[in-house]
Design a protein around this ligand. Structure first.
Ligand code: SF4
Length: 279
């Protein structure tokens, strides 16, 4: 069986940075070390961090001690202030690409512009972005939803950094046709763009693509969507244990891609399992 591993599979720059900061934190910062919400959307990596003494906290207490990490997705300015007020030291692992979107939104919100965020309403990155909009923020992830929003005098549109590039191109068309006075920013990060381009190409070259990553990882789910859009089969799994000989029995060639929060060791295990034949 021919196996091709995507060059872009695995940690992106922002996730790599956040995981390195978290791994080093117990030795370098005031303990205990917490992350506000899961550091990344990968349960296997979270287990490793837990074993190093980095634990997830979902609610900020009124008072606390130790260090709180802000994850790569970022948080609202209000949440950051709450963490500080509670007495935690902060390690800010917000990805610089996400910080750039915070900066764009804040600049236009200060001028009174409404902000439309193209993304998943319940995703932590989108919640963090909404917190910069000065209460003039709206979220949409379908063209129908865009059509139901009021027509604002001034508005900007930004995308969650891991959105599907093809879908965002449709948003650009919608702006040109329906709201030409809106300003649209291409905020899908370069790492996401390259990963999506590569998986699209990979799908053309193989019979099926295995997409590896957390089931709650939006960017991983979108890679699987892109494979399916090409007409090829996509198998979204978290670990090698889920490989299934029956599903892949007709595939002579298999591509492997992975989301931005999937560590190399999980990708390697999947590659080795496929190479040695699924039991
Ligand atoms: S996917 Fe892009 S924006 Fe998100 S953490 Fe990675 S590099 Fe940063």
């Amino acid at each position: 069986m021919k196996l091709i591993v995507a060059q872009t599979a695995g940690f992106c720059m922002g996730v790599q940075r956040a995981v390195e900061l978290a791994m080093a934190a117990p030795a370098e910062h005031i303990n205990p070390i917490y992350t506000f919400g899961p550091l990344i959307h990968n349960p296997q990596v979270l287990d490793v961090l837990k074993s190093k003494g980095v634990t997830v906290i979902e609610k900020i207490p009124e008072q606390g001690t130790g260090t709180m990490m802000i994850r790569a997705h970022g948080v609202t300015p209000h949440v950051k202030a709450q963490i500080r007020k509670a007495g935690f030291k902060i390690i800010d692992a917000t990805c610089p690409r996400v910080t750039k979107v915070h900066t764009i939104i804040t600049r236009y919100a200060n001028q009174g512009c409404a902000t439309i965020i193209w993304g998943e309403a319940d995703h932590p990155e989108v919640i963090g972005l909404l917190g910069c909009t000065g209460k003039k923020g709206f979220v949409a992830d379908t063209i129908d939803q865009l059509n139901t929003l009021p027509s604002f005098e001034n508005a900007i549109i930004v995308a969650q950094t891991t959105q599907n590039m093809r879908a965002y191109a449709e948003v650009k068309n919608w702006v040109n046709q329906e709201r030409p006075h809106y300003k649209i920013f291409n905020t899908i990060c370069d790492s996401t763009a390259k990963r999506q381009d590569e998986v699209k190409q990979l799908a053309l070259e193989v019979d099926a693509v295995i997409v590896v990553g957390g089931y709650n990882s939006g960017n991983t789910k979108r890679l699987a969507e892109i494979v399916k859009e090409s007409g090829k089969s996509a198998l979204h799994i978290e670990t090698a244990g889920e490989l299934n000989a029956e599903i892949l029995k007709d595939a002579q060639s298999i591509g492997i891609s992975a989301g931005a929060s999937t560590p190399d060791w999980i990708i390697d295990q999947i590659y080795e399992t496929l190479k040695n034949g699924i039991a």
